[in-house]
Design a protein around this ligand. Structure first.
Ligand SMILES: [Zn+2]
Ligand SMILES: [Zn+2]
Ligand SMILES: [Zn+2]
Length: 301
């Protein structure tokens, strides 16, 4: 797009023109950012009486009362900045020299950076962000913390989309994949997680290492947080035996039916669950005081 020099003497700017101009300027503590249309090279643009004007030149004129024929250099390197205090008249050569001497970076190709105003999706605060037309812009989130919270919200939404939560008191059966032991499973960060443990984490936070999530409803596929409680392994086992939950060995004298076995079937099941949830052989071997091969045999049995 071509910009023309504007003859202010014969064609003075009206009050409305000026108001229109300042309405598109977002003043920050440092730069005054042009939030109207921009040229491909990042400079702000405004059409006045059918002529295209560069926004920073216009601002310079409005504040100083005179228009310079010279090139206006940005000391801040922000091309859509229209703060006259950041603009110095010179030649294009001066500008390059200036950039070189101050140790700033010349962004080479035109079309580079632009500061824009965004509203944070998470906390709704307004913040400034530098964008380039080459790079895809990230979702507007003002801080790493807001990004984290937003992602968490997104994960929760995906998780609960697999559950019918219409009745708050009934069991919320996991409608996604089920493990052969009946527990719901969900793939998260390239690992399979147990859905009820995932639900607990979403609602109550992290599960301390070694603790288990117990179902008061005894329905392994249920992910209703009000049916879940946290407990130790022995609590889990007591709970299971109280409810008469048993695990029959698959064949032969395996597991606890084997008098030499160190583990109960419940513990074996638990090892499989924890493995399904992402714990390595090594971690499990340590937790149960067994060799890695034993752990591997249990998981594969
Ligand atoms: Zn500036
Ligand atoms: Zn925020
Ligand atoms: Zn339930």
């Amino acid at each position: 797009m071509k910009t023309t020099s504007y003859d202010f003497a014969t064609n003075p700017l009206t009050e409305t023109d000026q108001q229109r101009f300042w309405a598109k300027v977002q003043k920050t503590n440092t730069c005054w950012l042009w939030v109207g249309a921009c040229m491909m090279n990042g400079y702000g643009l405004l059409t006045i009486h059918g002529k295209n004007m560069l926004a920073h030149r216009m601002a310079y004129y409005l504040i100083n009362g005179v228009m310079t024929e010279k090139y206006l250099c940005h000391s801040c390197d922000v091309r859509n900045c229209v703060n006259p205090a950041h603009l110095t008249p010179g030649t294009q050569h001066d500008n390059m020299k200036n950039i070189y001497q101050s140790g700033r970076k010349w962004h080479g190709k035109p079309s580079d950076e632009q500061k824009v105003q965004r509203t944070c999706l998470n906390c709704s605060s307004i913040f400034m962000r530098t964008v380039t037309i080459h790079r895809k812009e990230l979702e507007p989130l003002c801080s790493p913390n807001c990004r984290k919270e937003w992602n968490r919200r997104d994960i929760a939404e995906q998780f609960w989309s697999h559950v019918d939560r219409s009745n708050p008191d009934s069991c919320w059966n996991w409608q996604g994949r089920l493990h052969r032991n009946g527990y719901g499973q969900i793939g998260f960060r390239s690992r399979d997680r147990l859905a009820h443990r995932f639900a607990w984490r979403l609602v109550y936070g992290n599960i301390p290492p070694g603790l288990h999530i117990l179902h008061s409803c005894d329905n392994p596929s249920c992910v209703n947080p009000t049916h879940l409680s946290i407990g130790t392994r022995s609590e889990n086992m007591q709970d299971a035996s109280r409810k008469g939950r048993t695990y029959a060995p698959m064949r032969g004298l395996k597991g606890e039916l084997n008098p030499f076995s160190k583990l109960t079937n419940l513990q074996r099941q638990e090892i499989r669950d924890r493995h399904a949830q992402g714990e390595s052989y090594g971690m499990l071997a340590k937790a149960y005081g067994l060799g890695k091969t034993t752990i591997a045999r249990i998981i594969k049995s």
